[in-house]
Design a protein around this ligand. Structure first.
Ligand SMILES: [Zn+2]
Length: 93
């Protein structure tokens, strides 16, 4: 498990390299790199790797995004936003 500081360094390094960073655009909550609904498949993979062993941390991180997305997308049904932001996370085994 990596901490928030290391996660930030890795994110900053990816951004410096100029590779497509799959982060949400605001207020659309679509991916800045590929245009898909965020988190897009590359963002989901990256989140699962970054939060490996820290499912609670991942859910807290996504809950913060959910709160922001609910504010930014007032015309979208909340259940659809929750599905997009939260419901892709694999269940615990
Ligand atoms: Zn993307």
């Amino acid at each position: 498990m990596i901490g928030p500081q290391e996660r930030w360094y890795r994110f900053a390094a990816r951004r410096r390299r100029g590779t497509g960073v799959h982060v949400p655009l605001h207020p659309s909550y679509r991916c800045r790199a590929c245009g898909a609904a965020w988190p897009c498949p590359p963002a989901r993979l990256s989140l699962l790797i970054d939060f490996r062993g820290n499912r609670v941390g991942l859910m807290i991180y996504l809950a913060a995004h959910l709160a922001r997305a609910l504010e930014e997308l007032p015309d979208t049904h909340p259940a659809l936003i929750a599905g997009q932001i939260l419901h892709w996370v694999p269940r615990r085994r």
